[in-house]
Design a protein around this ligand. Sequence first.
Ligand SMILES: *[C@@H]1O[C@H](CO)[C@@H](O)[C@H](O)[C@H]1NC(C)=O
Ligand SMILES: *[C@@H]1O[C@H](CO)[C@@H](O)[C@H](O)[C@H]1NC(C)=O
Ligand SMILES: *[C@@H]1O[C@H](CO)[C@@H](O)[C@H](O)[C@H]1NC(C)=O
Ligand SMILES: *[C@@H]1O[C@H](CO)[C@@H](O)[C@H](O)[C@H]1NC(C)=O
Ligand SMILES: *[C@@H]1O[C@H](CO)[C@@H](O)[C@H](O)[C@H]1NC(C)=O
Ligand SMILES: *[C@@H]1O[C@H](CO)[C@@H](O)[C@H](O)[C@H]1NC(C)=O
Length: 358
Amino acid sequence: MARCNWCFIAVLPLAQLRRRKKVVLFIFLASLAVYLTVLHSGASHFSDSWRVNLNMSFSNMTISDRPQIGLCMKKTFLFDPNGWTKFPLLLPQIEPNISCEERQLFMVVVVNSDANDIRHRDSRTAIRTTWGKPTSNTPLKWRLFFSLGSSPDVATAMNNNHEALLHNDIIIGNFNDSYKNIIIKTFMSHFWVFSRFHCKYVLKTDDDVYVRVPWVYNWLNNVTMPRRRFYGGLIEYVANVFRTPGSKWYITEEQYKGEHWPPFAHGSFQVVSTDILPEYFNYTQFRMPFHADDAFFGVAARDLGIKVTDIPGFCFVVGAEECDLKTATAICHDISPTRIMSLHETYKSLKRSIEGYL
Ligand SMILES: *[C@@H]1O[C@H](CO)[C@@H](O)[C@H](O)[C@H]1NC(C)=O
Ligand SMILES: *[C@@H]1O[C@H](CO)[C@@H](O)[C@H](O)[C@H]1NC(C)=O
Ligand SMILES: *[C@@H]1O[C@H](CO)[C@@H](O)[C@H](O)[C@H]1NC(C)=O
Ligand SMILES: *[C@@H]1O[C@H](CO)[C@@H](O)[C@H](O)[C@H]1NC(C)=O
Ligand SMILES: *[C@@H]1O[C@H](CO)[C@@H](O)[C@H](O)[C@H]1NC(C)=O
Ligand SMILES: *[C@@H]1O[C@H](CO)[C@@H](O)[C@H](O)[C@H]1NC(C)=O
């Protein structure tokens, strides 16, 4: 607004000299040009900085448990839910019924799944019966949940609700489950975990991945690891930003400037410590999140001064044929339900043959 004022000051007195309309017009256009240049250079000077709303008022956001699922905890944390972006930080419409004791965990694993495509149901079944099932005879305290949006198809939506009720391990958000809404789904998962659990870490993955949770758990629990402000996983160090209009991954200059992303943890395997989540939630209200959810986490980490840590051993090859299973932390991508089952059998036999093998 400050820049605009001087345009009016310069133009208005001259406008009174009616006989010199051309001069006035010229001066007006020149002023406009200067104004636009200043505006433009200002924008490029702050190339990729946040568009901070200077009129901000912070409020304590208090989240209480829904009465019907037990009043285990009330969480209060400071962030601005009314920033200029108005990005929806949603709590799911459908969520599991979990006892208060079961909400005290070391780690919560959230698996992005799909509400529309029936094949994802098979993936969920495979994960539930294999790597997603915490073994009862270990002290490891973690639980896995699937994260879904809503299906516009009534029958599919009903099936999803039924599956959620039956297995008690699905959260369903009230938004269309589409590619462009993945970012809403990912933030819903983190927001839900933060609001409902006392836990140290959130591991976010997809339903076409095989994760060796005990291995990850052991790695995170190593005393030499940072326990605060942790953000890590399979790191993309200099990934290109997609600039082809029409592409599924297209990112506009408005969303992000620059040819490369800052380092970020790949969406198929990302771990954050819960202490940094309020900073992330606040950040979404000042910089509009875009559909490339994993890259967005990296941009936020850069701006919030959060270090990116590589968790070694992620094997990223289609079909897992060339993975060294003994040293793999997680295996990706496009792992079919059948492959998830067979990998699990292999790990079970490795465990039987190697003492102390996780
Ligand atoms: C800040 O925003 C509030 C609510 O939107 C508005 O009422 C108030 O006038 C604004 N203050 C300034 C200084 O712009
Ligand atoms: C937020 O809550 C804390 C603790 O309840 C309180 O000390 C603080 O003043 C509150 N801040 C705002 C902005 O309401
Ligand atoms: C929220 O983000 C704004 C904009 O970046 C920042 O100025 C503010 O300090 C942040 N607040 C909290 C509580 O992190
Ligand atoms: C949640 O589970 C508890 C214990 O299993 C049960 O008593 C309660 O009725 C359940 N609540 C709902 C809404 O299903
Ligand atoms: C939901 O998303 C799909 C896929 O992008 C789209 O075809 C459909 O029109 C959307 N439905 C609604 C109700 O927005
Ligand atoms: C913990 O980390 C150190 C240093 O990276 C490593 O030498 C050690 O083997 C790790 N311990 C476990 C149990 O993973």
